[in-house]
Design a protein around this ligand. Structure first.
Ligand code: ATP
Ligand code: AMP
Ligand code: MG
Length: 191
């Protein structure tokens, strides 16, 4: 059966980096795999609203983000692959508070078979955000990063319950990108 794997984790934890590695390994094994960055699909439409950077999407009014969010889910749901890996977020930090990246209607449209939360140590996430100069991530202290990690865990289990699918937490240790990718590949039965 085809797998649709949703990869989540707080900003700067390493989702896109790890997904790249997972896809590279699968392609070497001639697996029919594709990854999609949910935020890129949203950004393509957001440009029409005058948004010039992916990190400005979360500053739009919630109703506009909501429209972009559901449109992106519908586009992504049309992608047919043996393995579709969706790089996205459980929650978005907006000025009105944390906003769910995977509300129930979006989950139902995407209909994932697996959800995987990537974690890392708070101080490592802090440094990754700081080092990554191409992005405009919110600069919060380590305490706030710890809170984000806790909220992400509770949203992860809610997602598992809603859809009745397995959920997994993997640790993306500093400079161990390949090991993190391998944990995911093992869970998906590829390694
Ligand atoms: P966002 O949610 O904002 O898109 P992300 O979770 O996709 O973030 P990445 O862009 O993949 O995060 O990674 C953030 C930064 O951390 C990048 O500079 C990346 O090279 C670095 N990084 C990712 N994983 C590791 C790791 N295991 N060790 C060291 N650096 C890492
Ligand atoms: P990323 O490159 O993963 O950080 O994605 C860029 C931006 O896209 C995020 O900061 C969010 O504003 C938006 N985004 C990504 N995934 C979702 C989602 N599931 N729901 C709402 N917004 C999202
Ligand atoms: Mg990313």
């Amino acid at each position: 059966m085809a797998k649709r794997v949703v990869i989540v984790g707080i900003p700067g934890v390493g989702k896109t980096t790890v997904v790249r590695k997972v896809v590279e390994t699968m392609k070497k094994k001639n697996i029919d795999v594709e990854s999609v960055v949910y935020g890129t699909v949203m950004f393509e439409e957001a440009k029409k609203l005058g948004i010039n950077h992916r990190d400005d999407i979360r500053k739009l009014p919630i109703d506009e983000q909501r429209k972009l969010q559901i449109e992106a889910a519908e586009k992504i749901a049309k992608m047919e692959k043996d393995f579709l890996i969706i790089d996205t977020h459980l929650m978005i930090n907006t000025k009105e508070g944390y906003w769910p990246g995977l509300p129930i209607d979006v989950l139902r449209v995407l209909s994932p078979t697996n959800i995987i939360l990537i974690e890392a140590l708070p101080n490592e996430i802090f440094m990754r955000r700081k080092r990554d100069v191409g992005r405009f991530r919110d600069f919060v202290d380590e305490e706030e990063i710890k809170r984000e990690i806790e909220i992400a865990r509770s949203m992860l289990s809610a997602t598992g319950i809603i859809l009745g699918i397995p959920f997994l937490i993997v640790m993306n240790r500093e400079n161990y990108i390949e090991e993190t990718a391998n944990q995911i590949l093992k869970a998906l039965g590829v390694l």
